[in-house]
Design a protein around this ligand. Structure first.
Ligand code: BES
Ligand code: MN
Ligand code: ZN
Length: 492
C-alpha cells in the first residue's frame, strides 16, 4: 500500500501525528514561523538544543528530537532547506523527501511536514511520494517492516485551496510513476523478464488508455530487427519489442523515447566477471524510465505526442547465443559485425532507434545503461548525455535542473567514428577501450536517420549506493522526472 498525501490545516503541533517534520531555511531556526509554537508546545529548549548540536539548516541536514510526550507526535524532525536564496524546486523536493524518509521508524504511520512559504504543491506531492518509497515485497517474518507509513499530512503557510489539492495529487501520481520505474529495476531478473516488462506496459496502456504494440521473438525477426533478435537468441526468456503511444488531438510535437531493456546482462559469450554481475539486473533502467514516463504522461495528458519504445532482451551465453564475428542486417538495412557480445545494448537500441526514425519524430530521446565508460568519466550519480544541437542540450539541462537530476554533456567527435569501420560489414559496434561512451553514442547515431536526438547514458545513476535527497538506496527512478519535465517543456 502506498501512503496517502493530504493537506493539513490548523496547528501541526496539535495534530494527531507520530512524527512532525519541520522544514527550515539555513541560519534561521528561531525565525521560522513553525518553531515559535513548537518551542512553546515543547516547553522550550528546542532552539538551544539545535545550537548545541550545530544544526544550521543546510540542505538535507536532519535534527531528530524526542518530544517526551509533550505533544502528540513522539518525534520532531527539523530538516534543512539550505540558503533561502538557493531554495529552488530541487532543494524543496530533496528536503521534503528527506523528511519523509527520516521519519520512518517503529510504529510510525502518520507523518506531518511543515513547509516553507509559497510552495509549489505539485513538487511537494512528488517529493512526499518519492521519500515514502520502499521495496520490501521479498521480506518475510522478522524482516518485514514493523509499520508502514499510511498518511503524510503537509502543512503550508497560509490557506491552500482546491487547486493546491489538485496539484498535490498530481505530484503524488508522478511519484507513483517514478515508483513504477524503481520497482522494475529493483525486481530480481528471474522475475523481471522481457515478457514481464511487456506485462507492465500492458498494465500502463490499459489504465492510461495508451496505444500498445508488443512483438514477441518471432515478431521481432519478422519485422527485421535482427540485431535485437541476435542479442536475445541465447536466452530462454525470449525478447520483446514494446511500443506505447500517446497521441492526443491537436498535438504540437512528436517525441519518441527509447529505452534499453536488458533484463539481465551476463555479457553473453563474452561473459562478465562474477564480481558485480548481479548489478546487471539494472540493465533495463532505461526501459524502466520509459515505462515510468509513459505512466506519468497518461496522467498529465500534455499536448504533445509521446511514444515509448523498449527493446527488451536477456543477454545470455548458450548454444544458440550470438557470437563475436557474426554479421547481422539491422532494421535500418545497415550490416553490423559483432565484436563483443557484451556490447549488446547498442545493438538492441540500433534497431529500436531505426524503428523510432520511421515515426518521423521531432525529437528522439534514448536512455540506456550503456557503458561502464560513462561511469569512469562522470562517476556514479551523473548521466552522460549527447545532443545533436545546443538548443536541445539547453532544453535537457533545464529539465534536469528542475528535476534535481544530474546530467553532463559529452561530445560526438566525428573523427572517433573511424573505429567503427568493419572489414566485412558496414560497421563494427565497438572500437578501442578509450572514449567508450562516446563511441557507443557514435554507433547509435548511425541509426537515428538524421532526426534531432538526445542520447542519455544512464549507467551510473539508475542505482544509488545510499539514500540521498529524492533518491533511495537501490533503484532511483532516474531519469523519469527529467523526461517528464522535458515533455512538458515541449507542450507549451
Ligand atoms: N550494461 C553494460 C554497461 C554497464 C556497465 C552499465 C556497468 C552499468 C554498469 C553494457 O552492456 C556493457 O557491458 N558495456 C561494455 C561495452 C564494451 C564491451 C565495449 C562496457 O562498458 O564495458
Ligand atoms: Mn553488456
Ligand atoms: Zn548491457
Amino acid at each position: 500500500m502506498t501512503a496517502s498525501i493530504e493537506i493539513g490545516s490548523g496547528d501541526p503541533t496539535r495534530a494527531a501525528l507520530d512524527v512532525l517534520a519541520v522544514c527550515v531555511e539555513e541560519g534561521s531556526l528561531e525565525r521560522s514561523p513553525w518553531i515559535g509554537p513548537l518551542e512553546t508546545a515543547l516547553g522550550g529548549g528546542l532552539v538551544a538544543h539545535g545550537k548545541l548540536v550545530e544544526f544550521t539548516g543546510k540542505a538535507d541536514q536532519v535534527l531528530d528530537v524526542s518530544t517526551l510526550g509533550r505533544i502528540k507526535a513522539r518525534r520532531v524532525l527539523i530538516v534543512g532547506l539550505g540558503a533561502r536564496t538557493k531554495l529552488d524546486a530541487a532543494r524543496l523536493r530533496s528536503a521534503v523527501a528527506t523528511a519523509v524518509r527520516a521519519s520512518a521508524g517503529p510504529g510510525v504511520t502518520r507523518v506531518g511536514i511543515a513547509l516553507p512559504a509559497d510552495v509549489d504543491w505539485r513538487q511537494v506531492g512528488e517529493a512526499a511520494g518519492l521519500g515514502a518509497y520502499r521495496f520490501v515485497k521479498y521480506f518475510t517474518g522478522d524482516r518485514r517492516p514493523k509499520s508502514e507509513l499510511k498518511k503524510i499530512i503537509v502543512f503550508g503557510q497560509g490557506r491552500a485551496g482546491t487547486s493546491a489539492r489538485r496539484e498535490l495529487a498530481l505530484g503524488a501520481d508522478i511519484a507513483s510513476a517514478v515508483a513504477l520505474a524503481r520497482d522494475a529495476v529493483n525486481e530480481p531478473p528471474n522475475v523481471l523478464t522481457p515478457e514481464a516488462l511487456a506485462q507492465i506496459a500492458r498494465r500502463i496502456a490499459k489504465s492510461g488508455k495508451l496505444g500498445l504494440k508488443v512483438l514477441d521473438k518471432r515478431g521481432i525477426r519478422a519485422a527485421g530487427m535482427n540485431l535485437h533478435y541476435a542479442v536475445g537468441q541465447g536466452s530462454a526468456h525470449e525478447p520483446r519489442f514494446i511500443h506505447l503511444s500517446y497521441a492526443p488531438r491537436g498535438a504540437v510535437k512528436r517525441l519518441v523515447f527509447v529505452g534499453k531493456g536488458l533484463t539481465f546482462d551476463s555479457g553473453g559469450l563474452c561473459i562478465k566477471p562474477a564480481a558485480g554481475m548481479g548489478e546487471m539486473k539494472s540493465d533495463m533502467g532505461g526501459a524502466a524510465a520509459v515505462l515510468g514516463l509513459m505512466a506519468a504522461i497518461a496522467r498529465l495528458k500534455p499536448r504533445v505526442e509521446v511514444h515509448g519504445i523498449i527493446g527488451a532482451a536477456e543477454n545470455m551465453p548458450d548454444g544458440e547465443a550470438y557470437r563475436p564475428a557474426d554479421v547481422f542486417k539491422s532494421l535500418s538495412g545497415k550490416t553490423v559485425e559483432i565484436i563483443n557480445t557484451d556490447a549488446e545494448g547498442r545493438l538492441v537500441l540500433a534497431d529500436a532507434l531505426a524503428y523510432a526514425a520511421r515515426l518521423e519524430p521531432d525529437l528522439v530521446i534514448d536512455a540506456a545503461t550503456l557503458t561502464g565508460a560513462a561511469l569512469v568519466a562522470l562517476g556514479k550519480t551523473c548521466s552522460a548525455y549527447y545532443a545533436t544541437s545546443d538548443d536541445l542540450a539547453q532544453k535537457l539541462e533545464a529539465a534536469a535542473r528542475d528535476a534535481g537530476e544530474s546530467f553532463w554533456r559529452m561530445p560526438l567527435f566525428d573523427e572517433y567514428a573511424e573505429q567503427l569501420k568493419s572489414d566485412i560489414a558496414d560497421f563494427k559496434h565497438t572500437g578501442d577501450r578509450y572514449g567508450g561512451s562516446i563511441l557507443a553514442a557514435l554507433f547509435l547515431r548511425e541509426f537515428v536517420g538524421g532526426f534531432p536526438w538526445i542520447h542519455c547514458d544512464v549507467a551510473g545513476p539508475v542505482l544509488a549506493e545510499r539514500a540521498r535527497g529524492i533518491y533511495p538506496k537501490g533503484a532511483t527512478g532516474h531519469p523519469v522526472l527529467t523526461f517528464v519535465n522535458l515533455v512538458e517543456s515541449f507542450a507549451h
